[in-house]
Design a protein around this ligand. Structure first.
Ligand code: GRF
Length: 189
């Protein structure tokens, strides 16, 4: 089976990046992470990528005068690495027209709620504040909206003791499994 070339985009700790890197390395996902793209050169995900030997494109929006020029720089790095799919894993920036146009229906995101509930930032905090007993994880294709786009997979997770931190731990564990399983299915076709 030929391997799909993917770039994982991340801005933070990178636990999903690490889970995907491990699953690709072990052959559970028929893909190769040829690039880790980040907008945060100091985020912990950079250490994880260098430890895994995965090339890093750390491209900070501060170095550009517009969203478009920032995305053009990312696009050059993606094309150079012959990336076929973009996999967002805690990338805290809305994807703009240039990247969407270059990768139509080839950008995937994971979000820590059962969309369309609780889109945007701090989805777990939003769920706890709303007092829901069940939230979850969604994997979806990215369109121009914020956490909109066709849903590929969802899994429910119970809110733990009305506490955001404990719920986040439960959600992260489910995210790592669900993202791996979804990409496995998507790329085996
Ligand atoms: C995850 O909860 C993901 O769903 C959200 O950002 C978080 C990233 O966590 N979009 P990590 O950096 O992968 O640990």
């Amino acid at each position: 089976m030929s391997k799909v070339k993917i770039a994982v985009f991340a801005s933070g700790s990178g636990s999903n990046f690490a889970a995907l890197a491990e699953a690709c390395e072990a052959g559970r996902i028929p893909a190769e992470i040829v690039l880790m793209v980040t907008d945060k050169p100091n985020a912990f995900v950079n250490e994880r990528a260098s430890q895994a030997g995965i090339p890093i494109a750390a491209i900070s929006p501060r170095d550009f005068d517009s969203k478009q020029s920032h995305e053009q720089a990312i696009l050059e790095a993606l094309q150079e690495a012959q990336v076929e799919w973009l996999v967002l894993a805690g990338y805290m920036r809305l994807i703009g027209a240039d990247l969407l146009g270059a990768y139509p229906e080839r950008i995937i995101n994971i979000h820590p709620s059962l969309l369309p509930s609780f889109p945007g930032k701090d989805a777990i905090g939003q769920a706890v504040a709303a007092g829901v007993k069940v939230t979850g994880v969604t994997v979806h294709l990215v369109d121009e909206g914020m956490d909109t786009g066709p849903i590929l997979a969802q899994q429910a997770v119970n809110v733990v003791n009305g506490d955001a931190e404990q719920t986040a731990t439960a959600i992260h564990a489910v995210e790592h499994e669900l993202y791996t399983a979804t990409l496995q299915n998507l790329f085996k076709k």
